[in-house]
Design a protein around this ligand. Structure first.
Ligand code: NI
Length: 139
Protein backbone atom coordinates (compact mmCIF):
# COMPACT_ATOMS: atom_id res chain seq x y z
CA UNK A 1 0.00 0.00 0.00
CA UNK A 2 1.41 3.42 -0.94
CA UNK A 3 2.47 5.79 1.79
CA UNK A 4 -0.23 8.24 2.77
CA UNK A 5 0.72 11.84 3.48
CA UNK A 6 -1.31 14.54 5.18
CA UNK A 7 -1.43 18.15 4.08
CA UNK A 8 -3.53 21.12 5.09
CA UNK A 9 -5.39 23.51 2.84
CA UNK A 10 -6.37 27.07 3.63
CA UNK A 11 -9.54 28.43 2.08
CA UNK A 12 -12.43 30.77 2.72
CA UNK A 13 -15.03 29.36 5.11
CA UNK A 14 -17.89 30.00 2.68
CA UNK A 15 -16.13 28.05 -0.05
CA UNK A 16 -15.48 25.14 2.29
CA UNK A 17 -19.13 25.06 3.45
CA UNK A 18 -20.33 24.91 -0.14
CA UNK A 19 -17.79 22.19 -0.92
CA UNK A 20 -18.89 20.16 2.10
CA UNK A 21 -22.55 20.46 1.02
CA UNK A 22 -21.66 19.36 -2.49
CA UNK A 23 -19.61 16.33 -1.50
CA UNK A 24 -22.23 15.34 1.08
CA UNK A 25 -24.90 15.39 -1.65
CA UNK A 26 -22.59 13.31 -3.85
CA UNK A 27 -22.21 10.73 -1.11
CA UNK A 28 -18.57 11.20 -0.21
CA UNK A 29 -17.69 9.86 3.24
CA UNK A 30 -15.18 12.64 3.88
CA UNK A 31 -13.24 15.53 2.34
CA UNK A 32 -10.11 13.45 1.82
CA UNK A 33 -11.89 11.05 -0.53
CA UNK A 34 -13.46 13.93 -2.45
CA UNK A 35 -10.15 15.77 -2.78
CA UNK A 36 -8.35 12.60 -3.90
CA UNK A 37 -10.94 12.25 -6.69
CA UNK A 38 -10.48 15.90 -7.70
CA UNK A 39 -6.71 15.38 -7.87
CA UNK A 40 -7.09 12.20 -9.94
CA UNK A 41 -9.59 13.98 -12.21
CA UNK A 42 -7.12 16.79 -12.85
CA UNK A 43 -4.30 14.31 -13.55
CA UNK A 44 -6.45 12.26 -15.94
CA UNK A 45 -7.55 15.42 -17.76
CA UNK A 46 -3.94 16.51 -18.08
CA UNK A 47 -2.86 13.07 -19.35
CA UNK A 48 -5.66 13.03 -21.93
CA UNK A 49 -4.58 16.44 -23.26
CA UNK A 50 -1.71 14.59 -24.96
CA UNK A 51 -3.15 13.08 -28.18
CA UNK A 52 -0.75 10.14 -27.97
CA UNK A 53 -1.54 9.09 -24.40
CA UNK A 54 -2.99 5.63 -23.78
CA UNK A 55 -6.67 5.75 -22.99
CA UNK A 56 -9.78 3.67 -22.58
CA UNK A 57 -13.24 4.99 -23.19
CA UNK A 58 -16.85 4.23 -23.85
CA UNK A 59 -19.15 5.52 -26.55
CA UNK A 60 -22.85 5.31 -25.77
CA UNK A 61 -25.16 5.51 -28.75
CA UNK A 62 -28.94 5.56 -29.05
CA UNK A 63 -30.41 5.06 -32.50
CA UNK A 64 -33.41 3.77 -34.39
CA UNK A 65 -32.36 0.60 -36.16
CA UNK A 66 -35.13 1.13 -38.74
CA UNK A 67 -33.36 4.28 -39.96
CA UNK A 68 -31.98 3.58 -43.43
CA UNK A 69 -29.00 1.19 -43.23
CA UNK A 70 -27.71 2.70 -39.98
CA UNK A 71 -27.18 -0.61 -38.14
CA UNK A 72 -25.07 -1.91 -41.02
CA UNK A 73 -23.09 1.34 -41.21
CA UNK A 74 -22.30 1.30 -37.49
CA UNK A 75 -21.27 -2.36 -37.61
CA UNK A 76 -19.12 -1.78 -40.71
CA UNK A 77 -17.47 1.20 -39.05
CA UNK A 78 -16.65 -0.88 -35.97
CA UNK A 79 -15.17 -3.67 -38.09
CA UNK A 80 -12.97 -1.15 -39.88
CA UNK A 81 -11.59 -0.02 -36.51
CA UNK A 82 -11.63 -3.43 -34.80
CA UNK A 83 -8.13 -2.86 -33.39
CA UNK A 84 -9.47 0.01 -31.26
CA UNK A 85 -12.66 -1.72 -30.11
CA UNK A 86 -12.52 -3.98 -27.07
CA UNK A 87 -16.19 -4.87 -26.81
CA UNK A 88 -19.67 -3.78 -27.82
CA UNK A 89 -22.84 -4.15 -25.78
CA UNK A 90 -26.12 -3.92 -27.69
CA UNK A 91 -29.48 -3.58 -26.00
CA UNK A 92 -32.83 -3.47 -27.83
CA UNK A 93 -34.54 -0.69 -25.87
CA UNK A 94 -37.92 -0.99 -27.56
CA UNK A 95 -39.37 -1.84 -30.97
CA UNK A 96 -37.38 0.95 -32.65
CA UNK A 97 -34.48 1.99 -30.46
CA UNK A 98 -31.13 0.40 -29.75
CA UNK A 99 -28.61 1.34 -27.08
CA UNK A 100 -25.03 0.51 -27.88
CA UNK A 101 -22.08 0.88 -25.52
CA UNK A 102 -18.74 0.49 -27.29
CA UNK A 103 -15.53 0.14 -25.28
CA UNK A 104 -12.52 1.67 -27.00
CA UNK A 105 -8.83 1.44 -26.19
CA UNK A 106 -5.90 3.17 -27.83
CA UNK A 107 -4.32 6.57 -28.22
CA UNK A 108 -6.77 9.21 -27.04
CA UNK A 109 -6.58 11.18 -30.27
CA UNK A 110 -7.52 8.12 -32.33
CA UNK A 111 -10.32 6.79 -30.14
CA UNK A 112 -11.79 10.30 -29.75
CA UNK A 113 -11.95 10.66 -33.54
CA UNK A 114 -13.55 7.21 -33.82
CA UNK A 115 -16.07 8.10 -31.11
CA UNK A 116 -16.91 11.39 -32.83
CA UNK A 117 -17.49 9.66 -36.15
CA UNK A 118 -19.76 7.03 -34.55
CA UNK A 119 -21.75 9.70 -32.70
CA UNK A 120 -21.90 11.84 -35.84
CA UNK A 121 -23.23 9.04 -38.05
CA UNK A 122 -26.48 10.20 -39.63
CA UNK A 123 -29.44 8.81 -37.71
CA UNK A 124 -27.72 8.46 -34.32
CA UNK A 125 -30.09 10.27 -31.94
CA UNK A 126 -27.83 10.62 -28.94
CA UNK A 127 -24.22 9.85 -28.24
CA UNK A 128 -21.64 10.45 -25.55
CA UNK A 129 -17.94 9.68 -25.26
CA UNK A 130 -16.31 9.22 -21.85
CA UNK A 131 -12.59 8.54 -21.56
CA UNK A 132 -10.05 7.90 -18.87
CA UNK A 133 -6.38 7.14 -18.89
CA UNK A 134 -5.00 3.63 -19.28
CA UNK A 135 -1.73 4.69 -17.69
CA UNK A 136 -1.10 3.42 -14.17
CA UNK A 137 1.41 6.24 -13.79
CA UNK A 138 -1.54 8.64 -13.49
CA UNK A 139 -4.07 6.78 -11.38
NI1 NI B 1 -31.26 -3.39 -31.22
Amino acid sequence: MPEVVRFSVSTEERLLRRFDALIDAQGYANRSEAIRDLIRGALVEDALADEDSDAVGTVTLVYDHHFSDLSDKLTEHQHTHHESIVSTLHIHLDHHHCLEVIVLRGRIGEIKRLADSLIGTKGVKHGRFVATTASDAVI
